[in-house]
Design a protein around this ligand. Structure first.
Ligand SMILES: Nc1ncnc2c1ncn2[C@@H]1O[C@H](COP(=O)(O)OP(=O)(O)OP(=O)(O)O)[C@@H](O)[C@H]1O
Ligand SMILES: [Mg+2]
Length: 448
């Protein structure tokens, strides 16, 4: 039940409103004076407050000011006289949700309250989701006890509370985005947006307008004005993924924004302020790019105020068993399965594989295994490593037939079980492929 505080010194209006709103199903509290209203507000937080601005003891605007100052969670509707536009404007400026002119029109009042109710329920949902998100990105969700990962945790902890720009470097799938989110969601700005922009996916012009926004008519397709990611991120985090792919031209623009904090939309003239913290990530060696003249050295130093280097998985194999347990739990939850038993020979395979695709590849391999598993156990035949991994792992020298089987199986999984495409890639006919699938008892990926 939503609660409403009515603040009005006129007993007749107070009582009429109370009767009407109680009938509408609200939990109503009535206060005839400003002083009493403030006391009530200090003790309980009604969802809404209907506030008369003309009170004998305290000015209604002053009450509004205090609500704002103490950050009380009540949405305020002020009741003003029809000729008092100055107070009305002031009240809205102070953060009142809406104003109603006296004498009140109950129909109008009901509509306003309904609208506030809808917003309230959305706010509750958003806050819930935000909390869930924050839980998802606590440090506990980054697995690893190896010395290299301990170093990473330390850095996350010390950088989270600052506004310093961070550069995260690491091979593909090492957890760069995960670390960026952990920094954001452990910072005092965790309720502000975390905005991702993939710098390699967009052309220079598009990337520029994604970052800074553009005004209407800035270029042929600019039919409306847009907000850039810098603006959307506000005081939150702007995550520049694959930062090594930004063109030199755009690099200088980005450098200027970082240095001056000022920028303009593409085609715009108004100066806007960039307040977001920048976390950049790359799987390239930025220093080498600087040496080759492909990345500006000054920008490089501006981005790597703090540098986090994520180690490849093959350099911290001691973390693999714990990662397997963690990832299996996550995958089981997503797929509603219960595959938890990893026999020692399977764990050995997993610990020894080369993992060129790092944790992401491990997660993919385990996902396939969970899909294939009938019971609770992961059998060795459910583990599909990249062909190269298979060559390096285990009995290096295999009969041709076995390699053929593994390779056909690999191709089939790569094309999601599309036999026509597989036969084209393998250069054999469909009937031959079918024959080999039967002969080798090849496991096909599940239908999608
Ligand atoms: N230490 C870790 N603990 C738990 N999960 C991890 C860890 N590292 C990575 N992951 C998981 O692996 C997957 C890949 O991580 P992420 O997307 O952060 O990697 P990335 O470095 O950004 O990769 P890419 O360069 O391919 O974009 C994600 O599902 C992430 O949750
Ligand atoms: Mg990534």
């Amino acid at each position: 039940m939503l609660s409403i505080l009515i603040v009005d010194d006129d007993p007749l209006i107070g009582r009429t409103l109370m009767a009407h709103l109680t009938e509408k199903g609200y939990d109503v509290i009535l206060s005839p004076s400003g002083k009493e209203a403030l006391e009530i507000l200090n003790h309980r937080q009604p969802d809404f407050t209907l506030l008369d601005v003309r009170l004998p003891d305290i000015d209604g605007l002053e009450i509004l000011r205090q609500i704002k100052e103490k950050d009380l969670r009540t949405s305020v509707v002020v009741m003003t006289a029809y000729d008092d536009m100055k107070t009305t404007v002031e009240a809205i400026k102070l953060g009142a949700f809406e104003y109603l002119v006296k004498p009140l029109n109950f129909l109008e009042l009901d509509l306003v309250l309904e609208k506030m109710g809808r917003i309230k329920s959305l706010e509750t949902k958003v806050n819930y989701l935000l909390e869930e998100k924050q839980k998802e990105y606590t440090i506990d969700n980054i697995v690893g006890r190896s010395p290299q990962m301990r170093e990473v945790f330390k850095l996350i902890g010390s950088v989270a509370n600052t506004r310093a720009n961070v550069l995260i470097q690491g091979e593909s799938g090492t957890g760069k985005e995960l670390v960026a989110k952990a920094i954001h969601y452990n910072s005092p700005w965790k309720s502000e947006p975390f905005i991702v922009i993939n710098c390699s996916a967009l052309s220079e012009t598009l990337l520029e307008s994604e970052l800074f926004g553009h005004v209407k008519g800035a270029f042929t397709d600019a039919v409306t004005e847009t907000r850039g990611k810098f603006e959307i991120a506000g005081k939150g985090t702007l995550f520049l993924d694959e930062v090594g792919d930004i063109s030199l031209n755009l690099q200088s623009k980005l450098l200027r924004v970082i240095e001056t904090r000022d920028y303009m939309k593409v085609g715009g003239e108004k100066i806007l302020r960039a307040e977001a913290r920048i976390i950049a990530a790359t799987n390239q060696n930025l220093k080498a790019l600087v040496e080759k003249g492909k990345f500006r050295e000054d920008l490089y130093y501006r981005l790597k105020v703090v540098e986090i280097n994520l180690p490849p998985l093959r350099e911290r194999r001691e973390d693999i068993p714990e990662l397997v347990t963690y990832l299996l739990e996550k995958i089981n939850r997503e797929l509603r399965k219960n595959v938890r038993i990893v026999p020692p020979e399977v764990m050995k395979m997993l610990v020894e594989a080369p993992w060129r695709g790092n944790v992401r590849e491990l997660e993919n391999v385990l996902t396939r295994a969970v899909i294939l598993a009938r019971g609770e156990v992961i059998l060795p035949e459910y583990i599909f490593l990249e062909p190269e991994a298979q060559r390096i792992y285990g009995e290096e020298l295999k009969p041709l037939k076995e390699v053929e089987k593994e390779y056909i199986q690999h191709v089939l999984w790569k094309v999601n079980g599309n036999k026509l495409r597989a036969s084209q890639i393998l250069g054999i006919s469909r009937p031959t492929l079918d024959k080999k699938i039967r002969q080798y008892r090849i496991v096909l990926p599940p239908e999608v």
